[in-house]
Design a protein around this ligand. Structure first.
Ligand code: AHG
Ligand code: MN
Ligand code: MN
Length: 315
């Protein structure tokens, strides 16, 4: 008998509360997966013709996946608002503005891979509102350090579509079984290997990295002997790191003094998962999950991986 996402409800009070929202994420993921597979025939590849709040050219699929995700969060009835990479402001779910939970999301991660049919993903984290339920949720409700999030996960749209998530009791992977069209447990208890794997970074920027990161990386390569893999999609690079070991990093550089990756919907969910899998999640000034967010779209350097690799890089 296959194990489905219902198993999440067996993981304590957090699991019971998170299951319907994570099932909503899974419904969005199934729709997005189908959309990606038929994208070329539906003329939804390419640029949407607008910039997002990040100052980046939005892909048509960035916009479409953001709407799909928001509608599935709304359909759960448990989410009062969504903070999205693709929306400058917090998106309040009007009918459920008194609900307990907010979801932060990067609806389509690695979208530069879309036109080369590379792996892309969705990244999410779930936080409990800090404002009274009778008030309208606001951005402040999202600005909580990662140590306070209740759940996080990602969907990897690769050869398989896989949802990797945690409600604070370790990390599990559920893959869509084409035979049943359901997410079924495929990777129970994901733990990052202590040794081996790869380092994963865009070394094209190494000459402008800040904080002596170039020499630090050189030392880490000598000390660990790790090979290098880089897809350019955080979800794919992080998934490989969790399963094979090593480290994923996106340092600050002269042109990006806070790095490129966003704290609330990339660094915190991935940092939460990395720690739940037995690894370390560091930024320039310490643990990612201790950073106090100042804004919905702030960026942060990240160093996420096995303790030996992270220590070798940052010691
Ligand atoms: P997004 O597509 O959501 O903007 O994220 C892209 C991010 C992340 O997926 C990846 O790790 C990083 O951009 C790659 O950046 P570079 O192309 O600068 O290496
Ligand atoms: Mn992203
Ligand atoms: Mn994105």
């Amino acid at each position: 008998m296959s194990i489905t996402l219902n198993r999440i409800a067996e993981q304590g009070t957090n699991g019971v509360a998170m299951m319907p929202i994570i099932q909503g994420v899974a419904r969005a993921a199934a729709t997005i997966s189908a959309l990606l597979r038929s994208a070329v025939f539906k003329d939804v590849l390419g640029e949407a013709g607008a910039e997002n709040v990040q100052g980046e050219q939005q892909q048509k699929l960035d916009v479409l996946t953001d709407e799909i995700f928001f509608q599935e969060m709304r359909a759960t009835g448990f989410v009062c608002a969504v903070g999205s990479e693709e929306q400058e402001q917090l998106q309040v779910v009007e009918e459920y503005a008194h609900a307990d939970w907010l979801v932060l999301v990067d609806p389509l991660d690695g979208s530069s891979n879309l036109d080369i049919d590379g792996p892309v993903g969705t990244i999410f984290s779930i936080v409990k509102r800090t404002s009274p339920n009778l008030q309208r949720p606001q951005e402040m409700d999202c600005l909580q350090p990662g140590k306070q999030i209740v759940a996080a996960g990602y969907v990897l749209y690769g050869p398989a579509t896989m949802l990797v998530c945690s409600v604070g009791n370790g990390v599990e992977g559920y893959s869509i079984n084409p035979g049943t069209s359901r997410f079924e447990l495929s990777h129970p208890d994901i733990r990052i290997p202590a040794q081996g794997g790869y380092y994963s970074v865009n070394e094209a920027y190494s000459s402008s990295w800040l904080g002596g990161m170039g020499s630090r990386l050189g030392r880490m390569k000598r000390e660990t002997g790790l090979g290098m893999r880089y897809v350019g999609s955080m979800v794919a690079d992080m998934h490989r790191t969790l399963l094979k070991g090593g480290i994923f990093l996106y340092p600050a550089d002269e042109n990006k003094p806070n790095g490129k990756l966003r704290l609330l919907y990339e660094a915190i969910p991935m940092g939460f998962l990395m720690e739940q899998a037995g690894g370390q999640a560091m930024s320039a000034d310490g643990r990612v999950l201790e950073v106090m967010p100042q804004g919905l779209h702030q960026r942060i350097p990240v160093f996420l991986g096995a303790t030996a690799a992270v220590s070798s890089l940052l010691a």
